[in-house]
Design a protein around this ligand. Structure first.
Ligand code: MGD
Ligand code: SF4
Length: 731
């Protein structure tokens, strides 16, 4: 077996470390210097429909092209997720296409005179070498010791590749660092996940409660459009957040809850709905099991009890419960999105699902609609025999192995045969994504082989053995997109302009690598167009129409249901009491567990989103950095006074495990509680090759060294870290 590089140094992809770097420029004119850049009077040579990849909502885009340059991105009016509009990130997609720091050629890590360097290679050499190394790992340690970390729509072809190799060790941080507990909570209660796009009927709702869902900052195009429509229709918003978020500013009630106590509030809401007989009795009698157990469970969960936990006045708890009830069933508690907070997250989401059950809103106008999808048969390929590595930790309701556990199972700990030995990383900046960056780096150092498929140099590509540059979404085809939604649809991603540099589409990379690995049977199609048109023909849909319009709508069916529900739970009903959880030795009804308090002198670290950035994906994008150039640390005005810190002061953060990040500018505000500080995720980039992103703001990921596991599905609660703040002293 070829000797493994098992102590990797972080390798920047820059001229000084690339052997024989060719002139970087592909002869591109800088977009911003183009005379027509912002000229609305320009007549495009063509307008190409496709869909966005600046986040994972996948809105339909119309891209205008002049002289082979993309100069404008707009929402596709025919696409149901964009309705003719994009969010600011979507408009900024041009910045991703024309980012001069992009990965331009395949690279192999090599050692010259004891020093590690990148060597630019041909695609053939990069893929031959990758195939050889993966084959060696498979032969020595077995296929399941090869893990795929995948994020983004293009990951589909790499899943086929890794499964074809025989591994089912496929992980998505978006599951166990984001939505997983919500999906488990709804699967246990309603028999199905709420999905992405969430199936909330916001435009028709009369009252919505948001628990830590910071819509407007958490920018999902359709969700924000729907929220604006609801607001225009007079919908009452209730926001429960330790921070006065954008949506709090649009709300009738802001409940500045003590972090980690939401389950107490939810149980008290259930108490009020039942004790005051405000719940939707007919819905509950027809569709629910476990109501009596719930009523007994919340009997003593009075608003006065919840006040001591949450800090929310009993009168406000009663008023908000009554407001929801008054508008039910056209009222809901939003199921949330990034819900991995304190470890008890599936149970908290179950409490949300149960309050929604009391509001009787499943399948109801203004509550949760029943989604529809347009079914397009898969391309016929043999079913691979793929196995999962033997997880060391078992969570009874985990639907996927947890990305964090797979990373930890890669660390050397004496049992080499039980370890993960290679990673295929698609569009996933693992060191900034998983908790405990230092541990992730230790894991990457221990691997026999890492291949990263990415568009940009990043923290993860710095630890790879092979870097394969993918086209951005504006230069490539991808698999069809057909998210369950109010109307069934299928959408196409297609190249708007030709490939820049020597980058390639993901489908081509996966197919070519598959062929070198002897897996041609899983990639029998000639090219992406052959693959896509074959799938569409099987569904009696026209590829030509899809190319022209970017989207095809199916025939809508009813999205509301007045009769009895038939759900996919064991009882076929809404399960307030979950026998499945009880059988697994877990509470059948959600219990409130107090969360550890910050020690004296520490703040709880909270983090969230900026409306113009998506994690670390966008923090080198010139257009988006113009709008939000760095993150700031929100601190309550009183605490800043006590610490004698002025607005704009640069500060350092240090967590309970003595890990430091910074400097970051202080935002002193009344809009946050005194016991916590808040920052936007994705900044504090450490790769100098990111000529604009490097060193802006600070990384919250570095500070997440402690997690609390969700006993139901294994999610990694990350809001359990505490920090001290000190003035930054320039060295
Ligand atoms: P990103 O951080 O956006 O996503 O985390 P990740 O899944 O890691 O990193 C994406 C990588 O994809 C970048 O290197 C970028 O250059 C690359 N990329 C961009 N476009 C493309 C493309 O078209 N093709 C390819 N091949 N690569 C591309 C997200 C995860 O992080 C999620 S979903 C959540 S909700 C969690 N959020 C979160 C948090 O808020 N705070 C902390 N501390 N950790 C978090 N972890 C989770
Ligand atoms: Fe793109 Fe914004 Fe839609 Fe996400 S929400 S897909 S970034 S337009």
């Amino acid at each position: 077996m070829a000797s493994a590089i098992n102590r990797r140094t972080f390798l920047r992809i820059s001229g000084t470390t690339v052997i024989g770097a060719a002139a970087a420029s592909a002869g591109l004119m800088s977009f911003s210097k183009a005379s027509w850049a912002n000229d609305r009077t320009v007549t495009p040579d063509r307008v190409v429909p496709t869909f966005c990849e600046l986040c994972f909502w996948k809105c339909g885009v119309l891209a205008s092209v002049k002289d082979e340059k993309v100069y404008k991105l707009e929402g596709n009016p025919k696409h149901p997720l964009s309705n003719g509009k994009l969010c600011p990130r979507g408009v900024g997609g041009i910045g991703a296409l024309y980012d001069p720091d992009r990965l331009k050629r395949p690279l192999i890590r090599t050692t010259v005179n004891g020093e590690e360097k990148w060597r630019e290679v041909s695609w053939d050499e990069a893929l031959t070498y990758t195939a050889k190394r993966l084959t060696e790992v498979k032969a020595q340690w077995g296929a399941p010791s090869i893990a795929l970390f995948s994020h983004g729509h293009g990951g589909a072809f790499f899943k086929t590749l890794v499964k074809g190799l025989g591994s089912n060790t496929i992980v998505a941080p978006s599951n166990d660092q984001c939505r997983g507990p919500r999906e488990s909570g709804y699967e246990l209660t309603y028999g199905e996940a709420v999905g992405s796009v969430e199936t909330v009927d916001t435009p028709h709702s009369k009252c919505i409660a948001y628990l830590g869902t910071h819509l407007g900052e958490n920018m999902h195009n359709t969700a924000v459009q729907d929220m604006s429509a609801a607001s225009a229709n007079g919908c009452t918003f209730i926001t429960v957040d330790p921070r006065f978020s954008i949506i709090a500013s649009k709300s009738k009630y802001w409940l500045p809850i003590k972090p980690g106590t939401d389950t107490a509030l939810l149980l008290a809401w259930a108490h009020v709905l039942i004790e005051e007989n405000l719940y939707q009795r007919a819905f509950v009698e027809m569709n629910v099991v476990g109501f009596d157990q719930l009523a007994a469970h919340v009997k003593d969960k009075t608003p006065e009890w919840a006040y001591l936990e949450t800090g929310i006045e009993p009168s406000v708890i009663r008023a908000t419960a009554r407001e929801l009830a008054k508008n039910a069933p056209a009222a809901f508690v939003h199921p949330g999105r990034h819900v991995v907070w304190y470890g008890n997250d599936t149970q908290r989401t179950r409490a949300v699902a149960i309050v929604n059950g009391l509001l009787g809103n499943w399948g109801k106008k203004g509550g949760f609609y029943l989604p529809q999808s347009l079914s397009v048969p898969a391309y016929p390929v043999p079913k691979p025999h793929a196995e999962l590595y033997k997880p060391r930790l078992n969570f009874p309701f985990a639907t996927l192995p947890c990305a964090y556990d797979v990373a930890q199972a890669s660390v050397k700990d004496g049992d080499d045969a039980a370890r993960i030995h290679a990673w295929v990383v698609y569009g996933c900046n693992v060191p900034l994504t998983l908790p405990n960056t230092a541990k992730t780096i230790e894991a990457m150092n221990a691997l026999d082989f890492v291949v990263a498929i990415d568009t940009m140099p990043s923290e993860v590509t710095g630890y790879a053995d092979v870097v394969l540059p993918e086209n951005t979404y504006l230069e490539r085809h991808d698999d069809l997109e057909s998210t369950p939604y109010r109307v069934p649809y299928v959408a196409l991603r297609q190249p708007v302009v030709a490939s820049l540099y020597d980058s390639k589409p993901g489908w081509w990379i996966a197919k070519s690598l598959g062929e070198k690995l002897g897996l041609s049977e899983y990639f029998p199609w000639k090219d992406a167009e052959d693959y896509l048109s074959t799938r569409l023909t099987k569904a009696n849909l026209s590829y030509e129409q899809l190319k022209k319009d970017g989207v095809i709508l199916g025939t809508p069916a009813p999205i509301y249901e007045d009769g009895p529900l038939t759900l996919k739970t064991p009882s076929k009903k809404v399960e307030f009491f979950s026998q499945q959880l009880a059988d697994a030795g877990l509470p059948g009804l959600p219990d409130y567990e107090p969360t550890e308090e910050p020690p004296t002198g520490y703040f709880r670290l909270l983090f969230g989103r900026s409306p113009v950035h998506t994690f670390s994906r966008t923090t080198n994008n010139a257009r988006l950095l113009e709008i939000v150039p760095e993150n700031e640390l929100w601190m309550n005005v009183e605490m800043a006074r006590v610490l004698d810190l002025k607005p704009g002061t640069k500060v350092m953060l240090e967590n309970q495990d003595s890990v430091q990040t910074g400097p970051i500018r202080l935002r002193v505000t009344q809009r946050i509680r005194q016991d916590c500080v808040y920052m936007v995720h994705g900044f504090g980039r450490e790769d100098r090759r990111l000529s604009r992103g490097y060193g802006r703001g600070a990384s919250d990921a570095r500070l997440v060294t402690r997690i609390k596991r969700d006993p139901v599905m294994g999610g990694t609660g990350m809001n359990v870290n505490f920090v001290t703040i000190s003035r930054w002293k320039e060295a």
